[in-house]
Design a protein around this ligand. Sequence first.
Ligand code: AMP
Ligand code: MG
Length: 352
Amino acid sequence: MKCLSLLGLVILAWTLGCERPAPPVVKNARSVMGTFAEVTAVAPERTTAQRAVEAAYARLDDVNRLMSDYVADSEVGRLNALTAGDSLVVSPETFHCLEQGVRIAELSGGAFDPTCRPLVALWKRAGQEDRLPTDADLQQVLTSVGWRKLRLDPATRRVTPTVDGMQIDLGGIAKGYALDLAAEAMRAAGATSGLVDVGGDVVAFGPREDGRPWRIGVKHPFQAGLLLTLSLTDLAVATSGVQQRFNTVAGRRYSHIVDPRTGCPAEQAPAVTVIAPDGLTADAWATAFSVLSVDEGAALLEHTPRPGVEVMWVLPGPADPLIRQTEGFAVYVADGANTKPANPHGSNAGTP
Ligand code: AMP
Ligand code: MG
């Protein structure tokens, strides 16, 4: 009898749970950081969800204002006007990106480098003038590039370039950090879950309003449409593509991502998607793995595993793209395109 009434209670609770209407969802798309953004907030009240969306956009704008190297009076713009030995105290946000950027530069053997701007500018100019840089140009520019030449004092948040011509570019990391800050602001505003998507890079927290994980599309690098869909929650996803933006010189495309080790544009996997516990990590490593070859990247993950970081490399194949991914990446793949594994061994988990 006791058992029966207990069962009744369980059924009642389950039924009530099923009948509870889904919480309000507010979804809003805007243009942010020169790209398309979409913020989705779930909250007990619609007005709370709306406030959370506004809070997210405010944080995205903050990061752009502080760290865009196109805005002359941004903190990064002001850092880039310094001469060797001069210094600037920056906001906690900018300092965090620089500190993490330098850390990932070291971990990636210099593939990621927040001081790469002179190289990015050199290759942009090459595209505008339709003329390849000479070896002398490259060597000259490389003298002002290198994360070891940037002094960061965590106690005062003072940033000091130690060589003339040093230029900061947080384009490979700031967007991911902006996603983290936006998600944090949404939670603080009362959102129980949410999704922040800026140009396909995403941070998702909490479950969707129906209690299921969020579904996140990864664009096909070689044609219109999606390559696959990921199903996840409380994680970030970022994709970098060496052919996504490029400079054309003598009819050849050169990536907007540079290899700071050589000074030349990155020429590795056309697209790399990284899943990580936070947006900053996903963004910076997606850029780093675009510079490293697939084998270099896989070896790095094997020798110094990064907790929670899962990677998918998409390479051109004879018909469908070839996919190589870490074992853990496959866990999040909900629907995959008709793709083949690039290498059935090692960390490659095969097709979704
Ligand atoms: P993403 O789309 O996140 O891969 O970032 C690409 C942007 O990062 C470029 O447009 C540059 O502003 C910057 N960038 C290019 N090469 C590097 C590099 N090797 N390390 C760090 N940032 C880079
Ligand atoms: Mg990046």
